[in-house]
Design a protein around this ligand. Sequence first.
Ligand SMILES: Cc1cc2nc3c(=O)[nH]c(=O)nc-3n(C[C@H](O)[C@H](O)[C@H](O)COP(=O)(O)O)c2cc1C
Length: 330
Amino acid sequence: MNLSTTYLGLPLKNPLLPGASPMAHKLDTVRRLEDAGAAAIMMHSLFEEQITSQQLAEFAHTEFSADSSSEASSYFPQMKDYALGPDRYLEQIAKIKEMVAIPVIGSLNGISMGGWTDHARLIQQAGADALELNVYYVATDPNESGTAVEKRTLDILEAVKASVTIPVAVKLSSYFSSPGHFAKQLDASGAAGVVMFNRFYQPDINIEELEATPHLELSNSTELRQRLRWIAIIHGHIKASIALSGGVHSFEDIIKGIMVGANVVQVVSSLLKHGPEHLAGLLADFSRWMEAHEYESVDQMRGSMSLAHCPDPSVYERANYLRVLQLWKI
Ligand SMILES: Cc1cc2nc3c(=O)[nH]c(=O)nc-3n(C[C@H](O)[C@H](O)[C@H](O)COP(=O)(O)O)c2cc1C
């Protein structure tokens, strides 16, 4: 049975990899992920805010202080809160690249046009085989149109692509009026892949202190369905690879991701909860299921439940909405 797949033009031994997370902070964890069978190592993000803070400090000929921050707001982390500064991030890629035999994917994360995008080149020089670009943007200005939000990402992609030759994937938000149309635009602009989706961490409200408080809860499998629907819709419409990110906790979730059309499935919360070795179990169960159901390859499974190929496409459309509402009996 053939578990291999291709993602961003890279041949991978299987379709399961850790997503961007603190798991890349420690070389020991990276080693354990590779030993557990990860198809590639995904770095956590290097953030625009870290890069611009360092650049400002260098420009002002001041020491790059661990306490310096590009923003006055207390909501922004201080530089010392980031596990690795920009230089150490690049060193970490180089160390990981030397240590593992699987591809290493860097991650660059920012929202504005500027010098930070040049770090894509440094990430490539450090040894990354590909780059994930995360434009985690919250459109807080009601005067900014959806078209302008999309153009922002396309412009950043263009700038990043101009500084590298490695493939670039874009990690998408699900908050677009027409995610399929936007994925097509990214594809036409040379994105080698789309990662669906970013998880938006919604702040909570502290009603006593009158504060919005940051909140991170790990995902569960219910978050998978949004990804399944949109990948099913987009599969077959773009040349770019598709990575599923969000809500993968069981081997069944991996199968569903491949069936709707993902080239690879990224997993974070489940590995943070159960440890890197959990990946080996997911992979073994996935492979056993494929064997029991007489699949010869991952390629054979891919897209069988996409909108274009599934027996009842209406399940991804408005009909599903009407049906589920009528199924609720009081
Ligand atoms: C603690 C933590 C740190 C993360 N760091 C990053 C990051 O640096 N860059 C990024 O693009 N996504 C980051 N993510 C998001 C994950 O890559 C992933 O998209 C999200 O957790 C959904 O996948 P999951 O349901 O498997 O957890 C992080 C997630 C967690 C929980």
